[in-house]
Write a new protein. Structure first.
Length: 400
């Protein structure tokens, strides 16, 4: 019997499994995909998360493969000005890594996996779908299936890291409270140097009365890197690539003309949700990452809060497996669910609201507030603490 079964081998599942295995526990890790998905997903790692990755021995590889982002900009398309430029360097006296790193999610997964493979207590079940699980008095029994047929597994606890459509959450009957935005997001990766053509930083937010953009540089597969442009859609981009590229060109011609004609490497359409599970623990099952909470990507908060879940939960499960009261798992719920609503949900919703605001008066008020933030060092620093999830992390650990 395994000590813990982790369902889902994305970055949160992988990191959770690694954190438990490094403490000596036997972990079964299940992943339905045969290969790690490489489409546009999360790519921002904040300083609070970099510190946790350092504790796990991953920081050198993350810094080597990622792009360092010391600054990020908010721009206004209407006036053409940089409204505010935020400087993560103000965190230098408070943490070891006063910056963000841009690194695609699948690359973080591929950094963690070799370390898991060196852990003798980890069993990795790839291309394997967990179909159901049943909680018993002292264990959880799982039924799974792969190309060789059905297989069974027993573990003392199970953790659902299996995404927004989580089998674990649905099987437990836990509500995924919140809503889905009417519009969708288009995410287009293009080989074009926005730093040279438009003076962009590695991370940029641009608002307009008719549209908005998040534009971020990521490493990609070439030394010069690539740029992701995220913007709202009223309908899906066409599935036909040529038709999708024609639609992207139309948007670029209006808003980002310097990128017209540049090679496009990926085009994706995403539904966008703001949801939090009604509880993160039920019996011998826990939720972490996207299975527990999802949010719009403005701010780069989802992946980071998921890694924070993993660290918090692994520490508490370690104590419970050593004989502590399993009431600690209820504390995990309290420390992670409330802050997910108070910080991640609130901040990502506010970011979207500011980006899409059309009222001239409201836009002007938001821009005055941004300028005031960067003009005062203490206010600027407090904003960065919140944006980097340090405030959330510190406040969550005070909850008892």
């Amino acid at each position: 019997m395994w000590d813990v079964a982790v369902i889902g081998a994305g970055p949160v599942g992988m990191f959770t499994a690694l954190a438990l295995a490094r403490r000596g526990w036997r972990v079964a890790l299940f992943e339905s995909y045969r290969q790690v998905p490489t489409e546009n997903r999360a790519a921002t790692i904040h300083s609070s998360t970099l510190s946790l990755l350092a504790d796990a021995g991953l920081i050198d590889d993350v810094l080597t493969q990622g792009l360092r982002a010391d600054l990020f900009q908010w721009r206004d398309f209407v006036s053409g000005e940089v409204v505010a430029e935020y400087d993560f360097g103000l965190l230098r006296d408070e943490c070891a890594y006063p910056f963000a790193v841009q690194l695609e999610q699948h690359k973080l997964v591929n950094l963690i996996r070799p370390r898991l493979e060196r852990e003798p207590n980890v069993g990795y079940f790839g291309a394997t779908t967990v179909e159901r699980f049943v909680e018993q008095a002292d264990r959880v029994a799982l039924d799974a299936r792969n190309e060789d047929g059905p297989l069974q597994c027993e573990a003392r606890y199970v953790i659902g890291c299996d995404g927004a459509r989580s089998l674990v959450r649905k099987s437990l009957g836990i509500e995924f409270e919140g809503y889905t935005f009417q519009e969708k997001f288009g995410v287009v990766t293009v080989k074009h140097d926005f730093a040279a053509s438009m003076g962009f930083r590695v991370r940029n937010y641009l608002s307009d009365v008719d549209c908005w953009f998040g534009i971020f540089k990521v490493p990609g597969d070439s030394p010069e890197g690539v740029w992701r442009t995220t913007y709202p859609l009223q309908q899906d981009l066409p599935t036909d690539r040529e038709a999708a590229l024609a639609e992207v060109t139309r948007v670029y011609e209006r808003y980002l003309p310097s990128a017209v004609g540049a090679p496009v490497t990926q085009v994706n359409t995403y539904n966008v949700h703001q949801r939090v599970a009604a509880r993160f623990r039920q019996g011998r099952a826990m939720l972490a990452g996207d299975s527990a909470h999802v949010n719009n990507p403005l701010g780069g908060l989802g992946l980071n809060s998921g890694i924070h879940d993993a660290v918090n939960l692994a520490g508490k499960l370690d104590a419970v497996l050593h004989g502590a009261s399993d009431a600690l798992l209820d504390l995990y719920d309290r420390q992670r669910r409330g802050p997910a609503i108070q910080y991640v949900q609130a901040q990502s919703i506010q970011n979207k609201k500011v980006m899409e605001e059309r009222s001239p008066e409201a836009r002007a008020a938001s821009q005055r507030a941004m300028r005031a933030i960067v003009a005062d060092r203490d206010t600027h620093l407090n904003y960065l603490r919140r944006a980097s999830l340090w405030t959330m992390l510190d406040d969550s650990l005070r909850i008892q």
